[in-house]
Design a protein around this ligand. Sequence first.
Ligand SMILES: NC(=O)c1ccc[n+]([C@@H]2O[C@H](COP(=O)([O-])OP(=O)(O)OC[C@H]3O[C@@H](n4cnc5c(N)ncnc54)[C@H](O)[C@@H]3O)[C@@H](O)[C@H]2O)c1
Ligand SMILES: Nc1ncnc2c1ncn2[C@@H]1O[C@H](COP(=O)(O)O)[C@@H](O)[C@H]1O
Ligand SMILES: N[C@@H](CCC(=O)O)C(=O)O
Ligand SMILES: O=P(O)(O)OP(=O)(O)O
Length: 594
Amino acid sequence: MKIALAQLNLVVGDLAGNARAILNAAQQASRQGARLLVVPELALCGYPPRDLLAWPSFLEATKQQLTKLARELPPNLAVLTGTIIGNLLATEGGKSLFNSAVLIDSCALRHVFSKRLLPTYDVFDEGRYFEPGKKAEWFTLDDIKIGVTICEDIWNNNQFWGRKFYDVDPLAELADCDVDWVVNLSASPYTIGKPRLREEMLQHSVLNYGFPIAYVNQVGSNDDLIFDGTSLVISRTGAIAARGASFETGLIITEFNPETRDFVVTGQEGSWPHSLPLLADEQPLPEQTGLLAPLAPSTDAELWSALVLGIRDYARKCGFRKIVLGLSGGIDSTLVGALAVAALGAENVLGVLMPSPYSSDHSITDALALAENLGFQTLKLPIGDLMATFEQTLAEPFAQTQPDVTEENLQSRIRGNLLMALANKFGYLLISTGNKSEMAVGYCTLYGDTNGGLAAIADVPKTRVYSLCHWLNQGQVGAAAFARLVSQGAEIVPSNVLNKPPSAELRPDQLDQDSLPPYEILDDILDRLVNRRQSLADLVAAGHESATVRRVMHLVARAEFKRRQTPPVLKVSDQAFGVGWRMPIASCWQLSDA
Ligand SMILES: NC(=O)c1ccc[n+]([C@@H]2O[C@H](COP(=O)([O-])OP(=O)(O)OC[C@H]3O[C@@H](n4cnc5c(N)ncnc54)[C@H](O)[C@@H]3O)[C@@H](O)[C@H]2O)c1
Ligand SMILES: Nc1ncnc2c1ncn2[C@@H]1O[C@H](COP(=O)(O)O)[C@@H](O)[C@H]1O
Ligand SMILES: N[C@@H](CCC(=O)O)C(=O)O
Ligand SMILES: O=P(O)(O)OP(=O)(O)O
């Protein structure tokens, strides 16, 4: 039996567009002779629908779209699609919806399976909307017994994690039902290294529970969440029967053999994708039959692709064709400039140079060198006159004061204002360039360099910004925009950008390192504090100076008000400063207290 898994890039709320993407995949799968097509979690409404689920009109429209889709699907193909389903018993208690997989066969709705484990940690808030499914469920297709799970349902493998997250274990219950194989419909957000982690977990689960697993994951980015795809089919032995490409749409076709009760393993490697089509869903899905698309060769390569997809999808799903950013010749704006070019093409990126009397010459020359390397346009808007006008206007109220950080911030706010003016006038998306290290300690100006529609690298620590830029210069980047440079062995990131010390250039001779611990130390403290919730004692035991740790903890807590007002942050770590980080602002608790 041929089984097809469609890694689709779905848009939240685009019910007709998502239905079309499912239908296209179904027609393609049917032409390939597939008997069953599986598409991702909540594919019809897009994931995550968040509070759209509170609108009765949205629920009704989704229901109607499902009925219409069922009528249009090829009759010889069974389709398992993620969608929302009303809980008819909600009046007797419980939430009014299920997060479900619906089996459509011969153009009719045959069975509904509902997600049993509803995550409520980090970015997930499914208990807010959904009632959990009550029991393990499966269906029979041509005498093959297929167990159905949805995303979190497969993440409670106690033996793999060495701890139990939920009392219910849907996979263990399906093992008791003696199913032939289990399918999982997912919308599993990307974090660094997660494609490999999922693979290890699923291989362990196959051996632990004793059945093959086919796992289909959404691809694309919705708001702050990036979905990598990397769907998998794991055979009974733990061997990988198929692996979908990461960060690309695709139709994975695999063969289940009823005799061996297993998927056929070819072990053939496919090719690593070299380009990310802009509107992939409107073209036929790239097909992979029994192929293993390789995992990214390094976490830098993986992270790069994730950020490119995150920027591209945010722009196109919000209706932007062009990006603007402030280009200072520093490493952060350099990385964001390169990402923007890879995401939308050099012809759609504008870098704005805004020198002040404190700007170095290399802030101009390095920014221009990058723009020339990558072929995008620049605009130079010196801000000295605007600074003088601001200072003049504020001269009277500031008469009895000394220049301080206020004047520094004015420069940043002038730049932020100019960038937003360009964004308004020409319909650009302004991307802010702050990295995670500065967002963590508040080393940025509210309504200044934090301005923007999307914070593209605000979950990327400064040390990783450097490693991504070094990786870019190693010439392994696949983006078409860099093909010429890569083929000539030329640098993408000007070497001076990599070698000079980071500086805000808001006053003479200012260096980040005069205000902050060295970034290697700061980033290790932040990783332990923010991602791993370590205490002062833990951090000191790890070799950090107590005074430095206390200072960082204080800065992190004090900067909460800034983070709450910054743009959506593309999530790439286990703990991003986004919807999964819910710290109080007006709080007396010192992180160093415990
Ligand atoms: N802009 C840049 O490009 C850049 C880059 C690197 C470093 N920096 C550095 O970042 C620093 C920015 O200075 P800053 O932190 O004073 O800037 P800021 O103006 O962004 O934030 C401080 C202001 O925020 C308000 N505020 C403080 N606590 C608040 C709260 N709990 N709720 C609401 N509002 C509150 C107050 O008005 C306060 O003056 C400077 O040291 C600058 O050198 C800036
Ligand atoms: N001189 C500058 N021209 C354009 N954009 C600038 C300039 N200086 C700073 N910026 C923008 O602000 C952020 C933060 O600057 P830091 O150097 O980190 O202080 C920078 O990435 C640019 O987007
Ligand atoms: N914990 C899983 C699943 C979350 C979900 O059910 O959406 C993940 O990170 O991918
Ligand atoms: O934000 P940038 O680009 O100016 O980078 P840096 O802060 O390292 O100068």
